[in-house]
Design a protein around this ligand. Structure first.
Ligand SMILES: [Zn+2]
Ligand SMILES: [Zn+2]
Length: 246
């Protein structure tokens, strides 16, 4: 299975990541990726960027080193109503919006609270991807979540770094979520969640998972630029709604 895009990458602007946009683009180009997302954390992440940083992503070129650069964010879900730390008037102009639960100051909720927070965040029309839903620090009702993703046409992330250095203990949950996505025909997106350029496009562990559960290729959006752009177009992203770009 060849994965052509990586929509989850952090630059130095995230505060605990170590590469620049240019370094990420160069690595993506080297690895043969066609599309790469720049998705730094939202401002509530300790050490994260000011909201102006996200609002000013428009200054990035659309293509660097032959790779399409998608301007995005990994927003923090702040409450059980699914509120995000990036306002809609900024989200609406971005090419890709990831959202997820992180330790950013609130007391942990129970399964119902976490599930509700994700379901409500997916009701936001600008949210495209829920990141690392298998994180054991935020247990959820996995089937409810997957069905919610289907209903709202939100992509479910399989996060490669959850198998390596982050969110230890995610593996079993990720397998179960992927199996449920297969069962209910919900599209997933594989993300490296790179915090240094060397990890851009690193999908080894996620690919093992996809093989193990015999995931149909058409449910993995990274396998087709056409399907991915079509998805963004239907979501009304200004950059792609203008016309198809391949
Ligand atoms: Zn994250
Ligand atoms: Zn991330």
């Amino acid at each position: 299975m060849k994965l052509l895009l990586d929509m989850h990458n952090h630059t130095v602007a995230s505060g605990h990541a170590y590469s620049t946009v240019i370094e990420i683009a160069a690595e993506a180009s080297k690895k043969g990726l066609k599309y790469v997302g720049i998705t730094d954390h939202g401002p509530k992440m300790p050490g994260g960027p000011h909201i102006y940083h996200i609002g000013n992503l428009k200054v990035l070129p659309e293509v660097i080193e032959g790779v399409e650069i998608l301007k995005g964010v990994e927003a923090n879900i702040l409450d059980q109503e699914g509120s995000l730390d990036v306002p809609d008037h900024i989200l609406k102009d971005l090419d890709i919006v990831l959202a997820g639960l992180h330790e950013v100051g609130f007391e942990p909720w129970d399964v119902d609270g976490n599930t509700r927070a994700l379901l409500k965040a997916m009701e936001n029309q600008y949210v495209d991807v829920i990141v690392h839903p298998g994180n054991p620090a935020f247990p959820i009702d996995m089937e409810k979540f997957v069905l919610g993703a289907k209903e709202s046409n939100t992509l479910v992330e399989i996060n490669n770094s959850s198998f390596l250095t982050s969110r230890i203990g995610s593996k079993e949950n990720c397998y179960e979520i992927a199996r449920l996505c297969k069962k209910h025909k919900v599209q997933i997106i594989v993300g490296s969640d790179s915090h240094i350029a060397f990890d851009v496009g690193r999908f080894d562990e996620a690919i093992k998972l996809l093989k193990a559960i015999d995931m149909p290729e058409e449910l993995v959006i990274n396998t087709s630029i056409e399907r991915f752009i079509d998805y963004l177009k239907k979501k009304g992203k200004p950059r792609f709604a203008k016309g198809l770009k391949f």
